[in-house]
Ligand binder design. Structure first.
Ligand code: NAD
Length: 382
């Protein structure tokens, strides 16, 4: 979120990616990335993030605004032939400098460009939410299999030190038996901002605040507890007189029940003060992360367990780390941690939440036997 953070000035709470120390540029065998869509996230975080990458390097830009893209390419010392438009996008197939295509488009375009990139023989890193429907998410996974290429969803918290620290505490049983995860992810939205206009359109976003910000709480409850919900029920509170909420819901609150007996309550809204916070309560300890999922400046407070109450956790450029991880997956140096299947599980859960909302809070079964293949807590170093 540009969505998530910076647009609302929340970045003031954290560190801009560009302010972080350079970890070293990709060397000779760097994996070339094409960034598709040069909007707020690409310009603010992703393109600057390559300066902090070890394995990934910027190789091409795909944009509908040739002039802007050419200027950006020149700034990054890319030759003019590295700039593509949406019409000639499929020409990337013949460009060996591009190994990974990073899809940073509005949600409704993720499936189309992911599948085109896979058909062009490229690996894909796709922003969250993976798609705007379960069917599209399934088609993306099938396309990756058919092309024998990697498909990773950009769940940056799977690679973020504070969230990894918290996951490890949970896996070690430091809080006793996990009982409750509470997540709240929201902010104010602005219909006059083109970057929000599509987020406030059900067809283009797939679900407003839920698919933009609520997804962090859904994914967070799952990676903190390391299990999958078996039931959900949800309610929405939406003022249809507000021009922002003509097709999407505003505030949604849901409850997940997990096989261990743990519960999670989540809320999301596009008409509230900005936050990306989560809390976990176990039988003997608790953790509070507020903010817990910002680009920087995240803060964790522990209670009821030995050790530091507010551990010092080193800040990193989350986008650089995520892109490096994808590059290492492509080179066979790292396991795939956030594959398409992980994105599909969130798509299914968001669909179940919206189904429950439509049915007045009815309980919807979500026991699909999904199990994540690789736990970030064990696979990703601190
Ligand atoms: P944005 O609206 O600022 O940028 C989207 C870009 O797509 C723009 O450059 C726009 O010109 C281009 N575009 C191409 N075709 C378009 C069309 N038909 N309609 C509208 N725009 C079109 O959005 P953003 O904030 O950069 O978000 C892009 C994606 O990144 C979204 O999927 C969002 O969920 C995701 N995102 C993720 C994070 C994160 O922390 N991982 C943060 C922000 C955004």
């Amino acid at each position: 979120m540009n969505d998530d953070i910076s647009r609302r000035g929340l970045l003031g709470l954290g560190l801009a990616a560009a302010a972080l120390p350079t970890l070293g540029r990709a060397q000779g065998d760097g994996v070339g990335f094409a960034v598709v869509g040069l909007g707020k996230l690409s310009l603010g975080q992703i393109v600057p993030g390559f300066a902090h990458c070890r394995s990934a390097r910027l190789a091409a830009l795909v944009s509908g605004h040739a002039e802007n893209a050419n200027r950006l390419a020149a700034e990054h010392k890319l030759p003019a032939r590295s700039v593509y438009g949406y019409e000639d996008f499929d020409r990337i197939a013949a460009d060996p400098r591009i190994e990974v295509v990073y899809i940073v488009l509005p949600n409704f375009l993720h499936a189309e460009y992911t599948i085109r990139a896979l058909k062009a023989g490229k690996h894909v890193l796709c922003e969250k939410p993976m798609a705007t429907s379960v069917g599209d998410a399934e088609r993306m996974i099938a396309a990756a299999k058919a092309a024998n290429r990697k498909l990773m969803i950009a769940y940056r918290c799977h690679y973020e030190p504070l969230n990894l620290y918290a996951m490890r505490k949970m896996r070690a049983g430091a809080l006793g038996r996990p009982r409750l995860v509470v997540t709240n992810m929201g902010r104010q939205s602005d219909l006059s901002d083109p970057s929000d206009a599509w987020r406030l359109d059900l067809v283009k976003s797939g679900g407003g605040a839920l698919t933009d910000m609520g997804i962090y709480g859904i994914n967070g409850a799952r990676y903190l507890l390391n299990e999958e919900p078996v039931e959900v029920r949800a309610w929405a509170q939406t003022d249809r007189r507000d021009p922002r909420f003509q097709t999407v819901e505003d505030m949604i609150a849901w409850e997940f029940r997990f096989p261990s007996g743990a519960l999670s309550t989540g809320t999301t809204s596009f008409d509230q003060a900005g936050t990306m916070a989560w809390e976990v309560y176990g039988t003997s300890g608790k953790m509070n992360a507020d903010p817990g999922c910002f680009y920087g400046g995240n803060r964790l407070v522990l209670g009821g367990m030995p050790g530091e109450r507010e551990p010092k956790i080193v800040e990193i450029d989350q986008f650089a780390r995520e892109m490096d991880w994808m590059a290492d997956v492509v080179r066979g140096r790292a396991p795939m941690v956030s594959p398409g299947e992980e994105g599909l599980q969130d798509m299914r859960l968001m669909h179940a939440i919206l189904e429950s909302v439509a049915r007045g809070g009815a309980t919807v079964r979500t026991a699909w036997n999904y199990r994540r293949a690789v736990d970030p807590a064990t696979a990703v170093p601190a």
